[in-house]
Ligand binder design. Structure first.
Ligand SMILES: *Cc1c(COP(=O)(O)O)cnc(C)c1O
Length: 397
């Protein structure tokens, strides 16, 4: 008999969602506006705690699109984007007819390298005669990017920052929540993110005016007339009142979701740290407080005797879902022609890494099953270099 499937990042319902949905049905608010949408936005504003204005949308991708739109990104512009990310960070650049310029990661955070960012800005100005229109750093897997350095460079050149915090709800950098540093930031509530609305996202803004403009573009950009007149191209990007009801239910336990993911990461750290050749990705210093959306490991196959693909396939056999790390954008066929400033960090991570099951609904028993597979694989593959290392140590004493 096959053991129960263990999923990578399954959403967990709190039990409060149904109540908000029922309320929407009972009061006839089964539409893309209504009390749940406003309530959910307020919940997020309180949680982020930085006087931000949140607009709930149909997806995180839509949020990036409307953020870039308000930064004036259009045809002929360049937008700087972290290369090591999910494709949704970069696609909206193309929706607007602009071109992405990709920046590699630095090894400590796996996020945008401030050094490469500076080099890229200088080079783009030299080559194109104008500044890139925006910068998109990502807090990948929940790990905060080096926002102090990135914001300092962005401010020096007067280029606005749009943070991709889709994976980072609850993460903090120097005690401040991710998503509150840039001029705009996106969140995602897709099925496998920190919280879910079944599908959805939000744009974090800093002024009432920006929130109003976001809402205007998210609802087909209708002029302020009693009939339907349109002076701009708009979109149908608003979150529905039903989805927002799920979000309100989820926000009741957001702290528990974050602490459970952190506890799962701690468990993997403890259990896997003794295996030669396996490194669990962790906060580089106390400035960083990742939500550990997904716990990732790097496998040095010369030491372990097995690769990330071997482990992926073995896990699959055991009915456990794992996931390769994101394949960087500069390696993607769709972005073949985009300029890239890099030193090989993200391609190296892609070659060695794997995401482990990290969902808040996983039981301790599930986690032990995952760790058991890794330990077995490590046991049955001769760690050649480590053996010779031990021999050397013995011989040397
Ligand atoms: C999920 C995700 C998005 C997009 O969010 P959707 O709600 O799925 O559109 C954007 N960026 C990153 C890094 C993501 O992981």
């Amino acid at each position: 008999m096959k053991s129960k499937k263990i999923w990578l990042s399954l959403a967990r319902m709190t039990g409060h969602e149904q109540g908000f949905i029922n309320e929407a049905f009972d009061t006839n608010w089964v539409v893309p506006l209504g009390p749940n949408v406003n309530g959910f936005e307020q919940d997020l504003e309180l949680y982020l705690n930085e006087n931000v204005h949140v607009v709930a949308l149909s997806s995180g991708t839509a949020a990036i699109h409307l953020g870039l739109l308000q930064l004036g990104v259009g045809p002929g512009d360049e937008v700087i984007c972290q290369s090591f990310t999910f494709v949704a960070s970069a696609n909206p650049i193309r929706y607007l007819g602009a071109s992405p310029v990709f920046i590699d990661s630095e090894i400590e955070t796996w996020n945008m390298s401030p050094d490469l960012l500076r080099i890229a800005i200088k080079d783009r100005i030299k080559l194109t005669g104008k500044k890139p229109k925006a910068i998109i750093p990502v807090h990948l897997y929940g790990m905060p990017a080096r926002m102090d350095e990135i914001m300092a460079i962005a401010n020096e050149y007067g280029i606005p920052v749009l943070e991709d915090a889709a994976e980072a709800l609850g993460s903090e950098y120097k005690g401040r929540k991710c998503g509150t540093f840039g001029k705009f930031a996106c969140l995602s509530f897709n099925g496998n993110k920190m919280i879910t609305t079944s599908g959805g996202g939000a744009l974090i803004c800093h002024t009432e005016k920006e929130a109003e403009t976001t809402l205007y573009y998210a609802t087909q950009a209708r002029d302020d007339t009693h009939y339907y007149q349109h002076s701009n191209i708009g979109y149908n990007y608003r979150m529905s009142n039903i989805c927002a009801g799920i979000g309100r239910g989820q926000m009741i336990e957001v702290e528990q979701f974050v602490s459970r993911r952190r506890a799962i990461h701690d468990f993997y750290m403890k259990e896997l740290s003794l295996i030669d050749g396996i490194t669990v990705f962790d906060n580089p210093s106390s400035d960083f407080n990742s939500n550990h959306w997904l716990t990732c490991i790097l496998i040095d196959s010369e030491v372990t005797g097995f690769t990330n693909k071997d482990l992926f396939l073995k896990m699959k056999e055991e009915n456990i879902e794992t996931r390769p790390l994101w394949k960087a954008m500069h390696m993607q066929p769709i972005f073949e022609d985009a300029p890239f400033y890099g030193d090989g960090t993200s391609s190296d991570l892609f070659r060695k890494g794997l995401c482990l099951p990290s969902g808040a609904s996983l039981s301790d028993w599930d986690l032990r099953r995952v760790v058991g597979v890794i330990k077995d694989l490590a046991r049955y593959n001769t760690p050649i270099r480590s053996l010779s290392k031990i021999e050397k140590e013995i011989g040397g004493s």
